[in-house]
Design a protein around this ligand. Structure first.
Ligand code: FDA
Length: 318
């Protein structure tokens, strides 16, 4: 997809007017269902049970972002606590201390109040702490998603702080950010769990590589740092070149199967997810659910012209 078209589609992700229009279209829900596993906890658990049966692990995301009212942030925490309680009742929550946890939730700090003026950083940190405490008791991992670059310092500092009590807490790093190779070096220490992705927001040239070849090259450099490090790399990509390079890298670093994992998004390259899992790899599928699917959905459209074309054809009824 051209950089201009990608920027235009990503600008739509931040437009409340377009959000109102698109979320009301009945056809949107049918297309969204390819990427989002329903609106309720019951629906997402059903999708997860099917993935767990096919030997994949899961990371569940309750959709929502950029919450600036306290009630909205509290409601998101309540949803996560209910989700964690339901996950804790699954047999996969029974894991030995220190072992890889098949069940995980992914959290966006902006949904927990990070963008609230004044105390947003501290509010998001305390909300995330509540979620981590519940997850620890239930045998579930938590990973903090990466959002636009203006949040990166705040997000990584919250992760660092919470890791003092919850050393298994994961973070996402985006290879398109120029800073990320350094962040990988700083965060590749023992016990750290880093989910490396390319990055899905529309970032300025001053902070991010905008050329696809540069992003791909940065991803491979960052992956090299993480696989050579002492942490647990989470290779979040659907890109065949990345998956092939990761396979070579983990072998060269003599990592065992339980010392890294592949990750992909729900509804994207499901055959490849199964192929990797059946071949004996750890594969985790990121499974989003909830009503507030608009921003997530538009970012998926921006990643691939075919998705945008499919959506536009559905709109005009072809
Ligand atoms: P790339 O975009 O180069 O795609 C490679 C191939 O994958 C494509 O040719 C196509 O076959 C397939 N593909 C990719 N995207 C597709 C799509 N939408 N639909 C259909 N096929 C597609 N980003 C972020 O900024 N913050 C975050 O916290 C996260 N979290 C996250 C978690 C997990 C588990 C994953 C896999 C990804 C994210 N991302 C993310 C998204 C990530 O930054 C990136 O935008 C997408 O993964 C697409 O990049 P790829 O590495 O897949 O490669």
């Amino acid at each position: 997809m051209s950089a201009l078209l990608r920027s235009t589609v990503l600008a739509a992700a931040r437009s409340p007017r377009l959000e109102r229009a698109i979320t009301r279209l009945p056809v949107s829900r049918a297309v969204v269902a390819r990427f989002v596993a329903g609106t309720s906890t019951t629906q997402v658990l059903r999708a997860c049970e099917s993935l767990l049966r096919s030997q994949c692990f899961v990371s569940i995301d309750y959709l929502g972002e950029d919450t600036t009212d306290p009630a909205g942030a509290d409601a998101t925490v309540a949803q996560y606590l209910a989700l964690i309680a339901a996950l804790g009742a699954l047999p996969q929550a029974e894991v030995a201390a220190g072992a890889v946890r098949p069940l995980e939730v992914s959290v966006k700090l902006s949904a927990l109040g990070q963008a609230m003026p004044g105390a947003g950083h501290a509010i998001a940190r305390e909300h995330a702490r509540q979620i981590c405490a519940a997850a620890e008791a239930a045998g579930i991992w938590v990973t903090v998603d990466a959002e636009d670059h203006t949040t990166t310092d705040s997000t990584l500092s919250i992760v660092r702080e919470l890791r003092a009590d919850y050393p298994w807490l994961g973070a996402v790093l985006q290879a398109y950010l120029r800073r990320t190779e350094d962040d990988c070096r700083a965060m590749a220490g023992p016990g750290s769990r880093i989910r490396l992705c390319k990055g899905a927001y529309d970032e300025p040239e001053s902070v991010a590589f905008r050329d696809k070849a540069e992003v791909d090259a940065s991803y491979l450099r960052c992956l090299g740092v993480l696989t050579a490090g002492a942490g647990y790399p989470m290779i979040a990509s659907h890109d065949p070149a990345v998956i092939a390079a990761a396979g070579v890298g983990v072998q060269a670093a003599q990592r065992k199967t339980e010392e890294y994992e592949y990750q992909m998004l729900y509804g994207i390259r499901a055959d490849e997810q199964r192929r990797l899992a059946v071949a004996g790899n750890h594969v985790r599928v990121y499974v989003p659910f909830g009503d507030q699917w608009y921003g997530y959905f538009v970012r998926r459209l921006a990643e691939r012209p075919a998705n945008l074309g499919f959506f536009l054809r559905a709109l005009v009824g072809n």
